[in-house]
Design a binder for this molecule. Structure first.
Ligand code: ADP
Length: 560
């Protein structure tokens, strides 16, 4: 144990609302109210999750370099905040593009024109290119490209006209032909750049959906004139790789299965008859990164690359980890339009009014308990059994709980809907099984703590957003969570950098070890808890440093 943080004179909740200064009865003697086992028996089961990888170590990101000439960067991505958002990828594409532009670079973003986009956030949508003939299976698909601004970002949207209706599916992912949908997107993006004489110095691709871009560039389009572009490929999640048959080669005109189904190119590392798009992206790109230094290590040496470890080793010289930043305009409690009362580190006592608003919104009891929260995709990656256990533990130990999340997997939604029904009459718990941007912001602002017990987490944004809102994260020491959250009691960081609670083992005792310390601190040492909130808020979560790292990489790989 280390000495507690230096304390400010007043604790936030003492200034602004009723907070006990000593432990409530619940802390001394846990509330016996609900048995997790009894409840779980009665609701649909969660699937078993995969085993853990080994303990990782840190891998350093490249140091910043000051003067880099401005560049023309084209981002090709399947998501963009706020028009097409499923998870953190959307936030990263928007935030990084904005920061690069703020530093004088020209940035354009190419996206599919999904029917389910938030068109109310696209300004001045106009046709930019008609009758773009995109080669497809020996024929072609007539395609229109639109241009529009998304909160200042210059975006092109690809709209194919064919019976496939690739992007008119009322959803972003989860279709049987996802591989073909996004393979078409890659080919169309390349064709559009060629026909419009765009010669970006850097093409920045994200995840398997855009992994064919570097393959097409080096095997086809550089011979057609795109000789100077270089590719940075960012892997946001190694789990989804786009493993498919060789029909994708015929569809995109790459053909030559005997050539591409080679171990050194696109052949899947486990199935010799399958094409692995993400592997192709890694092999053909000039630089590959994942989204935290710790996860770069976990992927290459900790067995978390889902079969792509040998590929990372073969290409280790061009592989690294860069932590995601946070777009400080989008996630800023001083300006957030979604929260009723704005606040900053200097006015942190106003956070309490958002806590009250959160309680009103979800009909929680107005009492002295802290509110734990979880916001995220309900994916096994997020440690769903531990999320569930956190709910039971919090309710049994003098805390409230709010969950916001959903899953494309109906059985997972059913499980959490079962829990929701169980807690229907509990005044200390609300589960919202939905995707709701505005509710997410209210939770970040109103909750006291954010639980992130992920099994693996390449970077994780929810803990970073929580900190920006003065909400104390309780996280598992994995991936980007370990790179951003430093334990109040056990970290070797200076006191002012400690910003949350961290546990190691992916099981209930591990989780409880952190929850119990967090609850005790909230009740017994409110000044210490307030200091944790402030430490989180005062940390630099911006794109400032990460954008510099990306610029260093762009500069390193560009054709000089
Ligand atoms: P991942 O990329 O694995 O989904 P991250 O933590 O990197 O996880 O990013 C999640 C992003 O998506 C955050 O901005 C979070 O607020 C948002 N988000 C996730 N689930 C929901 C939801 N149900 N409603 C609103 N926002 C959500």
């Amino acid at each position: 144990m280390v000495a507690p943080a230096v304390l400010p004179p007043a604790a936030v909740r003492q200034e602004s609302g009723p907070v006990p200064t000593k432990a409530p009865p619940a802390l001394m003697k846990p509330e016996p109210a609900v048995s997790e086992q009894a409840v779980v028996k009665e609701i649909p089961k969660l699937k078993k999750t995969e085993p853990e990888a080994e303990e990782p170590a840190l891998e350093a990101a490249p140091p910043p370099r000051p003067t880099i000439p401005s560049m023309f960067v084209v981002m090709i991505a399947s998501e963009l905040t706020p028009v097409a958002k499923v998870g953190g990828l959307a936030d990263v594409v928007y935030g990084l593009a904005r920061e690069l532009e703020a530093r004088g670079n020209a940035v354009e973003i190419i996206l599919p024109k999904y029917d389910c986009m938030r068109y109310d956030h696209i300004y001045g949508l106009t046709k930019a290119y008609e009758n773009l003939w995109v080669p497809w299976y020996g024929g072609g698909i007539n395609t229109t490209v639109y241009f529009g601004f998304v909160h200042g970002r210059k975006c092109y949207f690809i709209e194919p006209h064919s019976n496939d209706n690739f992007f008119n599916r009322k959803c972003f992912y989860g279709q049987n032909d996802d591989v073909l949908r996004f393979a078409f997107f890659c080919r169309a993006a390349m064709e559009f750049m060629l026909k419009t004489n765009k010669h970006p110095e850097i093409i920045h691709c994200h995840d398997w959906q855009t992994a064919l871009v570097p393959v097409l560039l080096y095997e086809m389009y550089q011979h057609l004139g795109m000789r100077h572009s270089r590719v940075c490929f960012t892997v946001h999640n190694f789990k989804h790789q786009g493993v498919t048959g060789d029909h994708v080669l015929r569809a995109t005109g790459l053909n030559r299965p005997e050539y591409f189904l080679h171990y050194d190119r696109l052949r899947d590392n486990h199935n010799p008859h399958a094409i692995n798009l993400m592997k192709g992206g890694m092999v053909y790109s000039n630089f590959v990164n994942t989204v935290s230094p710790r996860h770069a290590w976990e992927a290459k040496d900790g067995g978390q690359a889902h079969g792509l470890e040998p590929t990372l080793h073969a290409h280790h010289c061009k592989f690294g980890g860069i932590l995601n930043g946070l777009d400080c305009e989008q996630f800023n409690p001083q300006t957030d339009p979604h929260i009723p009362v704005k606040y900053g580190a200097d006015t942190i006592e106003k956070k309490y009014e958002n806590k009250q608003a959160l309680r009103r919104r979800f009909m929680l009891a107005d009492n002295q308990k802290p509110i734990f929260s979880f916001v995220g995709r309900l994916d096994p990656q997020k440690g769903l059994e531990m999320v569930r256990h956190a709910i039971f533990y919090a309710l049994g130990h003098g805390a409230q709980f709010v969950l916001l999340g959903s899953s494309p997997d109906a059985s997972i939604n059913e499980h959490f809907l079962g829990l929701k029904r169980h807690f229907n009459d509990n005044p200390d718990c609300h589960l919202e099984i939905a995707y709701n941007e505005e509710a997410a912001h209210l939770i970040y602002a109103g909750a006291d703590m954010m639980v992130v017990p992920s099994r693996y987490e390449p970077c994780g944004l929810t803990q970073i957003i929580a900190m920006a809102f003065g909400t104390v994260p309780v996280v598992r020491a994995v991936g980007g969570l370990a790179d951003t959250v430093f334990d109040k009691d056990f970290s070797n960081r200076p006191l002012h950098e400690r910003n949350g609670y961290v546990f190691e083992s992916a099981d209930n005792p591990g989780l409880e070890s952190a929850l119990q310390r967090a609850i005790a601190c909230y009740y017994q040492f409110p000044e210490h808890f307030r200091q944790l909130m402030l430490n989180g808020m005062r940390g630099d979560h911006s794109w400032n440093q990460p954008a510099q790292h990306y610029l260093n990489i762009y500069d390193h790989i560009r054709d000089k």
